[in-house]
Design a protein around this ligand. Structure first.
Ligand code: ATP
Ligand code: MG
Length: 299
């Protein structure tokens, strides 16, 4: 445990809240240089989540069992696997998004920068601020573009330099140039792809540490999907990203690390089969179930 609790509630107007600095000064090694050196992508990167033997229950039903792995800073980690294997359950467990579901229960540990996300002293509002989430279907509020992005900062009392904060979030979400002249129009007038980038801007307006994205492009056309994928590449310099996707090509394009979940044969419960550098998962996985899935022979 460090002396400073990273999950404490930020109550100041500090435009850069007291969080762990995320920028890595070193450029990421290229795939070619990694292969020739035998180095793994996550080596020397700090751990953001250390998930230890996590199981998740909805009432009497176990949705995920015995999940252990680490998620590293400033990388994109993709979560792939067949429908119903617990991908959404998994990422929603990382920021306590499942807490309101009756019967939801977690065993094991979810450590975030070494702190138990489910510890009794943890402030859930602060967990959600540090670990932002974007869903499959764009869900802007029926408010102006500006008010969507300003919503969370206002709720947290971060009113200082709000215009600047909104502009910065829209720029990082690669939406600013398209909306800067109509910030006061309804967010619902935007296209689906623009709405999804707005939701990303809304999530990053409070300077989170982690972005969780549950199939963020599955409802979008190919051009909007490509825009979201490009965004992943630029955002990871600043944030740690976990993305659920059904699209194998998308995982291969955007993710540094990939985790493959499936249903355990005997118990029919979601479980992590393996996780590794994306290149290894797609070209040289350890488990035949992973190989069958990524080569389209699943089922
Ligand atoms: N709110 C809930 N209440 C009860 N059971 C749930 C709830 N949400 C999910 N489950 C169950 O947990 C299991 C995993 O579901 P989850 O939605 O996490 O899978 P998924 O891998 O995200 O599937 P998909 O690819 O279809 O989105 C399923 O058996 C599902 O029925
Ligand atoms: Mg899902």
């Amino acid at each position: 445990m460090t002396a400073v609790d990273p999950l404490r509630l930020a109550t100041t107007e500090d435009p850069v809240p007291p969080r762990v600095r995320l920028r890595t000064e070193q450029p990421a090694p290229t795939i070619a240089s990694r292969r020739s050196s035998g180095a793994r992508i996550h080596e020397a990167r700090p751990t953001v989540f250390d998930i230890r033997d996590m199981s998740v229950y909805y009432g009497p039903n176990r949705a995920l069992m015995g999940t252990s792995f680490r998620i590293y800073r400033n990388l994109v980690t993709a979560v792939i696997g067949p429908s119903g294997c617990g991908k959404s359950t998994f990422i929603r467990t990382l920021n306590r998004m499942n807490d309101s579901i009756p019967g939801f229960r977690v065993t094991g540990q979810v450590l975030y920068h070494g702190h138990d996300v489910y510890g009794s002293a943890v402030n859930r509002v602060e967990v959600r601020r540090r670990i932002g989430m974007v869903f499959q279907k764009p869900n802007p509020f029926p408010k102006s573009i500006y008010d969507n992005v300003a919503w969370a900062p206002r709720n947290l009392g971060l009113r200082k330099d709000l215009d600047l904060r909104v502009e910065r979030a829209l720029q990082r979400a690669a939406l600013w140039d398209e909306v800067k002249d109509r910030l006061r129009v309804s967010a619902l007038s935007l296209s689906g792809g623009q709405q999804q980038r707005l939701c990303i801007a809304r999530a990053i307006a409070v300077e989170p540490d982690v972005l969780l994205l549950d199939e963020p492009a599955s409802a979008l056309d190919p051009v909007s999907t490509a825009a979201i994928e490009d965004l992943m590449h630029s955002l990871k310099a600043r944030y740690t990203i976990v993305i659920v996707t059904h699209n194998m090509q998308q995982a291969a394009r955007v993710a540094d690390r990939t985790a493959f979940f499936s249903l355990d044969r005997a118990e029919r419960v979601g479980t992590l089969i393996e996780e590794d550098d994306t290149d290894t998962i797609f070209r040289n996985p350890r488990d035949t179930r992973t190989r069958d899935y990524v080569t389209g022979q699943f089922g």
